[in-house]
Design a protein around this ligand. Structure first.
Ligand code: A3P
Length: 279
């Protein structure tokens, strides 16, 4: 294993792990006074739930509705440094923001300004497999010699941005039907045009049928994978791996599957988000 140790790659801030390459204490402190705008659009996801897919969708939609160039530079709330955050103030509305932060760490002005939040949710088992591969493909995250060792850290929440179940259970608890909408990775895969219509209506980015089809073709897995060198540089292959439902069956043992089922039962089964996952 030639990679740097977990300790060197991860930082702990207020009990949560974050990737050092993207996060730092100065930025977290600056976020305490982050000024949201009423017309900001926020995507909230746990890692590997399809964040980059949703970011691209919103960029395409905003560019069609507002007739402007697609700016795919930093839109992450918690990544970067205070100078980058300051430059955010010059961005034209609507700004597209994304976050992997737990609800309790999201800058309060997001809620005070009633920013619309789209929560994107993916089946925990496919999320774990995607996350495992991501760790082993990225120099900036610790690598794992075995799937079993990653599985332990995933279920115990010893990964960046904490435990999957805690992330969604906390967002779920504060779910507000007026300003928030949840959508699943799986429903997007199964009926893409309907999912795109839902997203555009929620954010009031109203598009014609033809424009919806255009967004669909520009954000298909293959189209995004083909463009990934432009959008994500050499990390492209790591972000657009398989894009499928059910890869977990190639990794999970029966016991591991049962363990995740039990966690799901404990944290999510009776909740709105849990029911949406059709688990
Ligand atoms: P896999 O590793 O299972 O392939 P994130 O952007 O939050 O890091 O999520 C990455 C996951 O979303 C990866 O899952 C990736 O392939 C998948 N993904 C990215 N773009 C997609 C698209 N257009 N359609 C379907 N899945 C996509």
């Amino acid at each position: 294993n030639t990679k740097t140790s977990a300790e060197d790659l991860l930082m702990n801030y207020k009990g949560m792990l974050y990737p050092r390459v993207l996060c730092n204490v100065d930025m977290f402190q600056a976020l305490e006074t982050f000024d949201a705008r009423e017309d900001d659009l926020l995507i909230a996801t746990y890692p590997k739930n399809g964040t980059n897919w949703m970011i691209q969708i919103l960029h395409e939609m905003v560019s069609l509705v507002h007739n402007r160039e697609i700016l795919l530079d930093t839109q992450w709330i918690e990544f970067g440094n205070p100078e980058m955050l300051a430059r955010f103030k010059d961005r034209p509305s609507p700004r597209i923001l994304a976050t992997h932060l737990n609800f309790k760490n999201v800058p309060r002005s997001i809620f005070e300004k009633k920013v619309k939040i789209l929560l994107l949710v993916r089946n925990p088992k496919d999320t774990a497999v995607s996350f495992y591969n991501f760790h082993n493909n990225l120099d900036s995250l610790p690598s794992y010699n075995t799937w079993d060792s990653f599985f332990k850290d995933f279920t115990n929440g010893k990964v960046v941005f904490g435990q999957y179940f805690d992330f969604f259970a906390t967002w779920e608890k504060h779910f507000n039907n007026k300003t928030m909408m949840a959508i699943t990775y799986e429903e997007m895969k199964m009926d893409y045009p309907t999912a795109l219509k839902k997203i555009s209506e929620f954010f009031q980015l109203l598009l014609t049928e033809e424009q919806i089809n255009l967004v669909a073709s520009r954000t298909s897995f293959n189209s995004m994978k083909d463009k990934s060198e432009n959008t994500h540089g050499k990390l492209g292959d790591s972000f657009f791996r398989k894009g499928d439902i059910g890869d977990w069956k190639n990794y999970f043992t029966e016991d591991q599957s049962k363990e995740v089922d039990a966690l799901f039962e404990k944290y999510l089964a009776d909740t709105k988000l849990g029911k949406m996952l059709n688990y």
